[in-house]
Design a protein around this ligand. Structure first.
Ligand code: FPP
Length: 247
């Protein structure tokens, strides 16, 4: 598995020079549960705990942006029981987040089409977003009913509407302007994309935004992902030379 980073010794991440934006595909919950003879939903519950711990740690070390892939536009294909368990975990997390927002000052944001969620979950998403609008802590973006291709199609349609209605010029569109039609409007592109669980693909995550992201793959399953693993990912990132197509 030459693609994976070596485990030991623990590399020292320089926390004074963090990437601005880390994005994570929280993968491996199902396999984590299966290895323990547990239902997949138990894996998601453990994954939600890991998310809490990692998000808290990111806030503590002063990361500016954390984006996590919680539920994709394709995840609706999963058994109803599993979908409902994931939605339940999100609800639980958001209720808790609302309770401690004044203290945490984490800015919550959502990427994805929330219109198909239950009214209750949708309202919770809106509330957490509204309450935290002016917070200056880490911004946590939860990708919920999110797909990169879906995001690009929606952006293209919104731009086409603006052209038809005279608000945009069809002959002039810059990358920055197009970015304003995306869910990630105003958020810098991810510097580092982490995918645990041994899978080596992007799975429709932040397709536009990841154009120049650095990738870190590890075979650790998401529920087992730790601060130490995050340090390894950051240290690997810090050893990279980012040229953005230059020399
Ligand atoms: C991928 O692992 C994980 C998901 C599709 C769901 C992620 C959801 C959570 C971590 C819980 C809720 C989130 C928050 C933000 C509170 P998988 O099920 O595909 O794992 P597998 O590949 O091993 O089957």
């Amino acid at each position: 598995m030459a693609f994976f980073q070596k485990r030991a010794p623990l590399p020292k991440a320089d926390l004074q020079h963090l990437p601005r934006h880390i994005a994570i595909i929280m993968d491996g919950n199902g396999r984590w549960a299966k290895k323990r003879g547990l239902p997949r939903t138990a894996g998601h519950a453990a994954g939600a705990e890991t998310f809490r711990a990692i998000a808290t740690y990111c806030k503590e070390i002063g990361l500016e942006y954390l984006t996590v892939y919680a539920f994709s536009t394709e995840n609706w294909k999963r058994p109803a029981e599993e979908v409902s368990a994931i939605m339940g975990l999100l609800k639980k997390y958001l209720l808790e987040a609302i309770g401690q927002m004044e203290h945490d000052r984490v800015k919550m944001n959502f990427f994805g089409d929330l219109s198909v969620l239950s009214p209750e979950l949708r309202q919770l998403c809106q509330r957490t977003q509204e309450i935290s609008t002016h917070y200056d802590g880490c911004q946590v973006n939860i990708c919920l009913n999110y797909g990169g291709r879906d995001e690009l199609l929606r952006a293209a349609m919104a731009y086409a509407r603006d052209c038809v209605e005279g608000r945009a010029d069809p002959n002039h569109l810059t990358q920055d302007q197009f970015g304003t039609y995306l869910y990630s409007k105003g958020v810098p592109d991810p510097d580092l994309v982490i995918r645990p669980s041994g899978e080596l693909r992007l799975s429709n995550f932040l397709l536009w935004q990841s154009a120049y992201a650095e990738f870190y793959f590890t075979d650790v399953l998401w529920p087992d992902f730790s601060k130490e693993e995050l340090h390894r990912a950051i240290a690997a990132y810090q050893r990279r030379s980012r040229r953005f197509g230059g020399v």
